[in-house]
Design a protein. Structure first.
Length: 370
């Protein structure tokens, strides 16, 4: 966005006797992406910009187009017109970035390379060290507020315990920043996130039915108490990996970039008797009713599987999970997630909305009238 402002691609433009401030022409931007090697071709450039639209980074100036068209149409960054949604998740991410920049720019920083169990970790700090620093720098008023901030950063995947066994505490437990905010990223990395291959091959993919008791050699998981039977049909989770532990201090999420052992792909047959289109769902008098479900996730997740795309449907529901308790059923179609209209999205994109959102999930679903 800033580079486009500097290059004068973002500027006030006049169209049909009206001036639109701080906007860009889609066709010109696609040219710019190719010229600056941010995209190898026009098709990739269009896919990248569509990603930004799907994540509410850019939009058509009049919101007349829900997709990105490589044409002489005007689009705008939401940060330039005040419509960028500053959700709690975004605020936590920005706070984490601000703290990271402050920590790496000072002399004698608490962020250091440290070793634990013969493994070296980058950008590490002790929990008590971080709390001392936050209070000393005036980032928080007291130690309790510092603990709450540390827990929010951990729950959003910005920091984590080095071996992913503990939540954030005011103690000598070792943590590190999982995100390196100073790494220069390219736009094309967006297309590699949440790929269908990564989702289907992850042993803890929230979008396939999986065996819950992994082989003991799978270090992505902690042990499960043998006297505690867990009956779960793979739940949509807050992250791609889940640590299951009988310890009450277990943290139930981890960053999505660890390497997994190969597992069979999971692609169960659709529970739908026949394909249904959006037009069929939304046509006047259609035999479908809309319901709003509020699902409070537990330590395992929300307890359902979403599949398909445009529209997505509920493929499976854990009978003992939060989703079932809220009234979710198989074959329902996903209309919105936390207020975001999603009928036009595929399940990978919907998964991103769910897993990066709050633990209390508000979904609108459409189900057939019996």
């Amino acid at each position: 966005r800033l580079r486009l402002h500097d290059g004068k691609l973002v500027k006030d433009r006049r169209y049909h006797l009206r001036t639109y401030p701080n906007c860009f022409v889609a066709k010109e931007l696609t040219d710019w992406l190719i010229d600056h090697k941010e995209a190898p071709d026009r098709e990739t450039g269009i896919r990248l910009m569509q990603k930004l639209m799907d994540h509410y980074i850019i939009h058509h100036v009049c919101d007349e187009h829900s997709d990105y068209k490589d044409a002489k149409l005007l689009y705008r960054f939401r940060k330039d017109d005040g419509t960028f949604p500053l959700s709690k998740d975004v605020k936590v991410f920005m706070r984490g970035q601000s703290l990271y920049e402050k920590l790496v720019s000072v002399e004698e920083s608490i962020l250091k390379v440290r070793e634990e169990n013969s493994v070296k970790y980058q950008r590490t700090f002790l929990g008590s060290e971080m709390i001392d620093w936050l209070v000393q720098e005036g980032e928080v008023e007291n130690r309790q507020e510092a603990v709450e901030l540390g827990r929010a950063l951990l729950e959003h995947g910005i920091i984590q315990h080095v071996s992913n066994r503990h939540h954030f505490f005011d103690s000598d437990i070792l943590y590190h920043f999982w995100i390196n905010f100073r790494r220069r990223r390219r736009l094309t990395e967006l297309l590699n996130e949440n790929s269908s291959r990564a989702l289907s091959e992850s042993p803890d993919s929230p979008f396939c039915l999986r065996k819950l008791n992994p082989d003991p050699g799978n270090t992505s998981f902690l042990s499960v108490q043998t006297n505690k039977e867990i009956k779960v049909v793979s739940a949509v989770r807050r992250s791609s990996i889940t640590s299951l532990s009988g310890n009450s201090n277990a943290y139930f999420s981890a960053p999505p970039t660890l390497v997994f052992p190969p597992v069979p792909e999971c692609n169960p047959k659709s529970v739908l008797k026949r394909p249904v289109t959006n037009e069929e769902l939304l046509s006047p008098g259609a035999p479908y009713v809309k319901k709003t479900l509020t699902i409070v996730g537990d330590a395992v997740g929300w307890g359902f599987v979403v599949r398909g795309g445009r529209p997505c449907h509920i493929q499976a529901v854990d009978p003992g999970g939060p989703a079932a308790a809220a009234g979710m059923k198989v074959c329902q179609f996903v209309f919105s997630v936390n207020g975001v209209y999603v009928l036009h999205l595929d399940y990978q994109t919907i998964s991103s909305l769910i897993m990066t959102g709050p633990r209390t999930l508000v979904m609108e679903v459409m189900e057939a009238v019996e």
